[in-house]
Design a protein. Structure first.
Length: 467
């Protein structure tokens, strides 16, 4: 194995010796060609992986990988120490691989088809042909494999088919040649199908990245401390890896107190993201200018009415947004709530007691003013130190288990005590996943606001330790 130790750039084996026998030179040339072929194949596969990562990330250039550069070449966006993102990136790559191959049998199916075709060709009479199975292998590989692997399956199918008939001496038969051409033609068609599927996936990934970026721009995560209150927010998408939906939340510190809104826009996709932008923009402006929470709700109603007049189609008649608005004064130990057709918020006291903030006068969702208009009425509820206000969307209460039982946050949270809003939301998310078995049919937005006690320490962001 000494001749495999290194190789010169000129394609001959290295090692410092100029002595070359005919046999040794031929052997070295064959090894050099094989090495170059593997190097070319690896380069092609790396290029394809970079292209797929580029499509997934939606960036102008492919993200660096361990094959391209070191982990410490550039600082991470969140200012974590160099090397901190390595396990997380590996997990993301594994998650993308699982998403592309949800069933392991898909990875093995083309090879199994070729093996079955070989066996059938050997055990059946000469009149029977297994060419349809050889042609099916690259077609099965096309939607799931990379271009290089699909090409490899097509080559193997064609070569094995011709090799089997060459061994039996039937290669010059007109029927055999026709069948071989069919296998070759189907293999070429499989490559075309693979290209179409890959380009469609890239376009879908780009559209999703654009929508996610748009929603992240209009729905930023609030600061952990606003107006003396501790804040935590979570957005859990129903589809893993997606961040496209109509759930929204916002927190604004104003002269009248800390004002909050949590809502759910009807529909999904870019239309819902556009409506989210309208609601969030109107809320931030109205929260600063309106002296009452009822006035903020009316401003949101007018903003959605203006949005509805410029839309066409079904959204013009059926577009609406459920929302709950809250105001926590800086001094008074209370919270004011206006509910517009939204799930009822909860207040968790420091001793574990739970209070449901049911509206005294139920109102229609925002954007449905044409069906009935009456003045909004804010309800006032005690909100002492150590209490936590929890606002959420219907994705929480509509999460069902295998038996069809809905998740009930009142029963699950009553009597429980949490150190802070972050721990509360982490517990809820974990409990919902346990209840549903890891799957959910709707997006879920959560916003928790805690009034700290006098001796409660400031919240500190801690960095997880990566082994």
């Amino acid at each position: 194995m000494g001749h495999l130790r290194d190789s010169g750039d000129d394609g001959t084996a290295g090692g410092g010796s100029d002595d070359r026998s005919a046999g040794g030179g031929a052997r070295r040339r064959r090894i050099s060609v094989g090495t170059r072929f593997r190097s070319l194949r690896n380069s092609v596969e790396r290029g394809i992986r970079r292209s797929l990562r580029h499509a997934d990330a939606g960036l102008g250039e492919a993200s660096p990988t361990p094959e391209d550069t070191g982990w410490n070449d550039s600082p991470s966006p969140d200012r974590r120490p160099a090397g901190f993102d390595r396990p997380r990136r590996a997990r993301r790559r594994r998650a993308r691989h699982r998403a592309r191959s949800p069933y392991p049998i898909v990875e093995l199916l083309p090879g199994l088809i070729i093996v079955v075709a070989i066996v059938l060709d050997q055990v059946t009479p000469t009149a029977f042909t297994a060419s349809p199975l050889f042609a099916a292998a690259p077609l099965v590989a096309a939607p799931f494999y990379s271009f290089a692997r699909t090409l490899l399956v097509g080559i193997v199918s064609t070569v094995v088919f011709l090799g089997l008939h060459l061994g039996t001496g039937n290669l010059d038969n007109t029927s055999t040649i026709s069948q071989g051409l069919n296998v070759f033609t189907v293999s070429v068609l499989a490559l075309a199908i693979n290209g179409v599927v890959r380009r469609s996936g890239e376009r879908l990934a780009s559209a999703r990245v654009i929508a996610e970026a748009a929603q992240r721009a209009v729905l930023p995560t609030p600061a952990p401390r606003i107006g003396g209150l501790h804040i935590a927010a979570r957005y859990e998408a129903a589809e893993e890896g997606a961040f496209i939906g109509g759930d929204l939340f916002a927190v604004q510190d104003t002269a009248y107190g800390v004002r909050l809104v949590v809502g759910d826009v009807r529909g999904k996709g870019m239309g819902a993201v556009e409506t989210v932008a309208v609601v969030i923009g109107a809320f931030r402006e109205a929260a600063e200018q309106e002296s009452s929470l009822e006035g903020v709700a009316q401003r949101l109603e007018r903003a959605l009415a203006r949005e509805g007049t410029r839309r066409s189609g079904i959204d013009l008649f059926e577009g609406f947004t459920t929302a709950v608005l809250a105001e926590i004064p800086h001094v008074e130990g209370m919270v004011r709530v206006v509910n517009r057709g939204h799930p009822e918020p909860l207040v968790l006291a420091a001793d574990g007691a739970l209070t449901v903030l049911a509206p005294s006068d139920p109102a229609l969702p925002l954007g449905m003013g044409e069906l009935g208009a009456w003045p909004d009425r804010a309800d006032e509820i005690p909100y002492g130190t150590g209490s936590t206000l929890l606002l959420y969307t219907d994705g929480l209460t509509e999460a069902r288990n295998a038996a069809g039982v809905f998740y009930n946050p009142r029963e699950r949270l009553a009597g429980r005590i949490f150190p802070g809003p972050d721990e509360l939301l982490e517990a809820i998310v974990g409990d919902v996943r346990l209840h549903t078995g890891g799957g959910s049919t709707d997006d879920m937005a959560l916003l928790a606001v805690s009034r700290p006690t006098a001796r409660q320490p400031e919240r500190r962001r801690t960095m997880p330790v990566v082994p």
